[in-house]
Ligand binder design. Structure first.
Ligand code: NAP
Length: 321
């Protein structure tokens, strides 16, 4: 019977599945660094979460039995993958099952911030006076507007498809060309999707949406200089990772009016959020719920468990990095 370390709250049905054949440690609460360190020497697999500190120092504490870190997320910026591989530990993530739900969240943030939905809902909840008025709570329409996607991977493409349905033109920046047929087939009225330099994307887009992984290259890819390049009518959406954006610079840009608003699901030091953002009506704040549908979370858990099962049976993980 293998020992599986589950470092964070997991779905009860996922824990049930694991306990049929394995001894499970954890799965109810978030483990601290010290708790993970105290267990990692004696387990065969880790079902990990995106906030776990699985750096080189932590991985050096792994016992000889540890064969896989099965991350229950698409991002893996918390894991020193090279250190794990050096120790013969496979690392897997959960691609292919969460991109639609996460793109839904990015799309929702884009609509909420451009149509002032958070502000409008707070208005009603605060019992402020209102009646239908031609001039009340006017937002920004997106038909014919340009969406700039930074990182056209699985989630970026799904966001592009949604934008095309809405009648938005799409440009993107990535390090390589992408197959654009899924986006360009959606709406004959939109312009063909184009790959552009980041500078052109920032200068010309009405909404900029981040969908790249957090890497040394993308840390603060949206900094003060990038924000200054954006139109003062443009909106920023971030469902990638908080540290892709310099949050202090974002606050400055919003305060000075150099961009029009922001829709955020992730934060540089989450769950702490720059206090100034709470006060801004042109900012939508979500608590990192990008992939949080019941169906998606189950598919993520199931895929992570399948990876563990494969590796413990001597096979490669099906979605290994
Ligand atoms: P993916 O399929 O791997 O796509 C990432 C894309 O980013 C790739 O196409 C890559 O293309 C591009 N990229 C990498 N470095 C770049 C750079 N320097 N500049 C521009 N583009 C770059 O990943 P995904 O599944 O779409 O997920 C993307 C990220 O979303 C994850 O890493 C994760 O951090 C985040 N995420 C957040 C939530 C949430 O709950 N909010 C949920 C899921 C995922 P090239 O290599 O060609 O550049």
């Amino acid at each position: 019977m293998a020992r599986i370390l589950v470092t964070a709250p997991q779905l009860p049905e996922a824990l049930d599945l694991l306990t049929v054949t394995h001894e499970v440690i954890g799965g109810q609460e978030f483990m601290t660094r010290d708790e993970i360190a105290s267990y990692i020497g004696g387990v065969d697999a880790i079902l990990s979460a995106l906030s776990d500190p699985l750096d080189a120092e932590m991985i050096s504490l792994a016992g000889p039995g540890l064969k896989i870190i099965a991350q229950c997320a698409a991002g893996f910026n918390n894991i020193d993958v090279a250190a794990a591989k050096q120790r013969g530990i496979q690392v897997s993530t959960t691609p292919g099952v969460l991109h639609e739900a996460t793109a839904d969240t990015a799309f929702m943030l884009m609509l909420m911030v451009t149509r002032r939905a958070g502000e409008a809902e707070r208005w009603v909840r605060d019992h402020k006076p209102w009646r239908y008025s031609h001039t009340f709570m006017l937002g920004t329409g997106l038909q014919g507007a340009q969406l700039g996607i930074i990182g056209l991977g699985q989630i970026g493409e799904a966001m592009g498809r949604r934008a095309a349905v809405l009648g938005m033109d799409v440009v993107y920046s990535s390090r390589s060309d992408k197959d654009l047929s899924a986006i360009d087939g959606v709406n004959p009225d939109t312009a063909p999707t184009r790959r552009v330099e980041l500078g052109e994307l920032l200068e010309t887009s009405d909404v900029v949406s981040l969908h790249c992984p957090l890497t040394p290259e993308t840390r603060h890819i949206i900094d003060a200089a990038a924000l200054a390049q954006m139109k003062d009518t443009a909106f920023l959406v971030n469902t990638a990772r908080g540290a892709c954006v310099d949050e202090a610079a974002l606050v400055d840009a919003l305060n000075s009016g150099s961009i029009a608003g922001a829709g955020l699901d992730v934060y540089e030091d989450e769950p702490t959020i720059n206090p100034a953002l709470y006060e801004m009506d042109n900012v939508v704040l979500l608590p990192h719920i990008g992939s949080a549908t019941r169906q998606t979370r189950w598919m993520m858990s199931k895929l992570a468990i399948d990876n563990i099962t494969d590796v413990l049976a001597g096979r490669p993980a099906r979605t290994a990095l």
